[in-house]
Write a new protein. Structure first.
Lengths: 302, 295
């Protein structure tokens, strides 16, 4: 009796163990197909002769050669470096500054935090639409400055092909800097108070406490923020579409908009796939070492 | 926290001046973040004549909701002049099922991966997690072919599928990290009492999951509502979500440019996620930082 009961419970336990796998299986299968399978698929497409329609004929590195011969791709890469660099640095500076300022026992801190962070809840299309209106040379900030008496004020970046990419930086910083502030603020609150108090007792001034103790101790958050922002920058698509449409001409194209144009508007599937693979490689180069160090660090701590 | 009040060596007037400066800088930044929103609202309440005459910062002399009405009921998206309302409902029909399905799957995955660990569970999780980081450009071309083959091209159902598939990694991450900190004894005790996999999930795990469910729902809703890339790639025309419709309205080159209508449409598009943010900001921030800050 006792023996049969225990086999029975072993059996149920066995099914229960399998249930766990069965439950995860659909998600895992979906991920294998839609993530890994699709990456291989796109990877293959980049080696094929695909133009208007996907074909399986092998073309070797032909699509990559064509990609790197395109002036437009070089513009997109250069823009990504300008945009990514300025976006990351400005967000870090503003985010860090705001976090430090908010960390001073501010009255209405909650309200200010809400105000600094709300743009992050908006769609990039909404952000692009409003900044397009603000930066509009005829009726936007330019005419506002004229009305205020500064008649020589000129601001035509939105329609100036040398400057259009900087308008994307302006709008993107507005949207994402509050998020960086939130990350830093959380980290500042976690800094050991005893060390700060000890330094203060030793006569260290507040700037010295910040630059000598607090900022070095939250260095990991800088790394996290840079990774998140770089990731956002490479994926930036909607904002460019809504704000400049990649224009004037293709002067404010980024790799993401380049890929979309090639794949869906120019009938260049192969080149589109090749550019997508380049984007994937860029993101992986940022994310993989970061995740690796995070996971390893996690094991060490745990 | 290291603030001037506690950690300042100089007292008196210098301290007061510093405090004043601090508030001034913070208020200036608050103005910078609020400025676009205020301009958006004020422009949407003006008539077109007033926009042309007046200045960006001037408040509307005559408040009119015509632009809101026009944006909702009449604005042209492409050749269809049905207003943004049908696209609003498209987005609702897309977001609600996608959010619910992906959150549910994330919950059960997280539960299975932490409380009923099988061999290789960590590898499965790591492989799932990878999907959070890929640039979606790399799946666009295969996805459009697969959706075509499944007969889901340009449909809301197709978009729901896409958002579930690529939202799974985030929801699984949220729930897994939440369940890791729940003691295994809770599940073990219930197993001894004879409760099975699903009974424990429904009776014990789900009732204590409310905070992480809120985080997941908010995160997924914001992501899906704000998505443009998938919407523009897979659902053009009458099934397009609201962000795609907004972009069409704003970038229409025909006719007189109606800035007030653009702003009203933009506000209507942003309103649902803003509302969620104002009502549940704490959970919104938790979702944002879940993947980036440990602990």
């Amino acid at each position: 009796m006792g023996a049969s009961q225990s086999t029975e419970s072993n059996l149920t336990a066995g099914i229960q163990r399998h249930l766990s796998k069965i439950v995860v299986a659909p998600s895992f299968a979906a991920s294998l197909f839609f993530v890994y399978g699709f990456i291989l698929w796109t990877g293959y497409m980049a080696f094929s002769k695909s133009r208007m329609l996907p074909v399986w004929d092998w073309a070797g590195l032909r699509q990559y050669e064509r990609l790197w011969q395109m002036e437009r791709w070089h513009v997109a890469i250069e823009n990504l470096l300008i945009f990514g660099g300025l976006f990351i640095v400005t967000c870090l500076v503003i985010g860090c500054l705001l976090a430090v300022l908010l960390d001073q026992r501010i009255r209405a801190e909650g309200a200010l935090r809400t105000i600094f962070l709300y743009p992050m809840a908006l769609s990039f299309i909404v952000t692009g639409t409003v900044w397009k209106w603000l930066l509009n040379p005829g009726l936007g900030l330019e005419s506002m400055m004229h009305d205020l008496g500064w008649t020589s004020f000129e601001f035509d970046w939105l329609v100036n092909s040398d400057m259009a990419i900087y308008t994307v930086v302006i709008a993107a910083v507005w949207q994402a800097s509050g998020f960086v502030m939130a990350m830093f603020l959380a980290a500042l609150r976690g800094v050991d108070q005893d060390i700060i108090r000890a330094a203060y007792m030793d006569g260290a001034s507040l700037p010295r406490i910040y630059f000598g103790i607090i900022i070095p101790s939250i260095r990991p958050v800088f790394l996290s923020a840079i990774v998140v922002l770089a990731h956002l920058a490479v994926k930036s698509f909607d904002l460019v579409i809504a704000l400049t449409g990649g224009g004037p001409g293709y002067s404010s194209d980024l790799p993401a908009t380049f890929m979309y144009t090639m794949a869906f508007q120019r009938n260049q599937l192969g080149v589109g796939a090749a550019s997508a693979m380049m984007m994937l490689a860029t993101v992986m180069a940022i994310i993989v070492p970061y995740l690796y160090s995070e996971l390893r660090g996690g094991k060490k701590n745990g | 926290m290291a603030d001037i009040q506690t950690y300042s060596h100089d007292a008196g007037w210098k301290h007061t001046v510093l405090r004043g400066l601090l508030y001034l800088v913070l208020i200036l930044f608050a103005a910078y973040y609020l400025f676009p929103l205020i301009v958006m609202i004020s422009t949407s309440l003006k008539s077109l004549d007033e926009i042309r005459e007046g200045s960006l910062i001037s408040l509307p002399r005559v408040v009119t909701f015509d632009a809101w009405n026009y944006a909702w009921n009449e604005a042209c998206v492409g050749v269809e002049c049905t207003g943004i309302k049908i696209y609003f409902w498209n987005s609702v029909k897309m977001a609600v099922p996608a959010v619910l399905i992906s959150t549910f799957l994330g919950a059960i995955n997280g539960y299975a991966l932490t409380k009923w660990r099988f061999k290789g569970a960590n590898i499965v999780f790591a492989l799932l997690l990878f999907g959070c980081f890929i640039p979606f450009q790399v799946v666009l071309l295969p996805m459009s072919q697969v959706l075509g083959k499944l007969g889901l091209a340009s449909s809301t159902a197709g978009l729901v599928m896409v958002h579930v598939v690529y939202g799974l990694c985030f929801t699984t991450l949220f729930f897994r990290n939440y369940y890791v900190s729940i003691p295994d004894e809770l599940v073990k005790a219930a197993t001894i009492d004879g409760a099975g996999f699903f009974t424990i999930f429904w009776r014990i795990i789900l009732p204590i999951s409310t905070p992480i469910i809120v985080v997941s729902v908010i995160w997924q809703f914001t992501q899906i509502w704000n998505d443009f890339l998938f919407g523009a790639s897979f659902a053009s025309g009458a099934n397009a979500p609201m962000t795609v419709a907004l972009n069409n309205i704003v970038n229409t080159t025909t006719g007189v440019k109606q800035y007030n209508v653009d702003m009203a449409a933009a506000l209507l598009t942003g309103l649902p996620t803003l509302l969620v943010y104002v009502l549940a900001g704490k959970y919104f921030v938790r979702g944002l930082t879940a993947g980036s800050v440990k602990g």
